[in-house]
Design a protein around this ligand. Sequence first.
Ligand SMILES: *[C@@H]1O[C@H](CO)[C@@H](O)[C@H](O)[C@H]1NC(C)=O
Ligand SMILES: *[C@@H]1O[C@H](CO)[C@@H](O)[C@H](O)[C@H]1NC(C)=O
Length: 247
Amino acid sequence: MDFKKILFLLITISAALSNRVSHTHQKRQWNVYNKNIHKRIHSDDINTTTTVTSTTANTPIENKVKITVYYETLCPASVRFLTHQLKPVVEKLSSYLDVQLVPYGHARTYKSGDRYLFRCQHGPAECYGNKLHACAIDALQNNTQAVLFNACLMQYSYRSYRVDYISVLNWCGYKLNAPINGIWECVNSERGSIVLKNFGALTHALSPRYVPYLVFDGSLDNQARANLMSAVCRRLHPAPPSCYYYI
Ligand SMILES: *[C@@H]1O[C@H](CO)[C@@H](O)[C@H](O)[C@H]1NC(C)=O
Ligand SMILES: *[C@@H]1O[C@H](CO)[C@@H](O)[C@H](O)[C@H]1NC(C)=O
């Protein structure tokens, strides 16, 4: 079979169907189509009927970036990253992102009887902050909301002497329209320790040398710490309009 011909035919059909789409957008979509087609050609079950159907029908293309952020609550670089990079990027591109927060950093977990105890790089206050962030992730069950909520906690608690966490929780809950009862219950019960211990296990499995530590779709990206928006936009094909100034 002549696959070049099939490819040409497909591109012609796509072109005819996507007249409304802007030129750059179209070019990017073609790249994705072409990649898909190549994948199919190299796979065993070649079936032209299915190829034509899946490339010209309105099948949504999976266009999401998965980011895992390992951090600790009192580390200045982590605070800066969450409040100045991650939060604004999530606000602009939440539907293209799947962000998994792992608030633990350079901490250690100890077992005492059937309870878990922690020792953190910046002392007990950081352990408490990490647990609060862990509980927010656990209780909110929404990665986007958890990023915005934890960035809010950092913004209003970092560097303040004797933080009144209940006020900060109330304020962030009000500001982001997020339920805080579950978070407060978690942080004041053994649940909080268990959730934090689990984030610890994820962190120890990776042993990041520094924080914040970013894993993009499974691999480390050091440069993304400096410009997250452009790192995300470079991975989106087609890139949404909010990316146009960043690629
Ligand atoms: C290709 O797939 C279509 C739809 O699934 C099926 O009807 C057709 O028989 C298949 N053709 C071949 C050659 O396998
Ligand atoms: C998650 O939270 C965001 C931000 O509050 C909200 O826009 C979105 O609809 C929520 N998603 C789900 C599945 O509830």
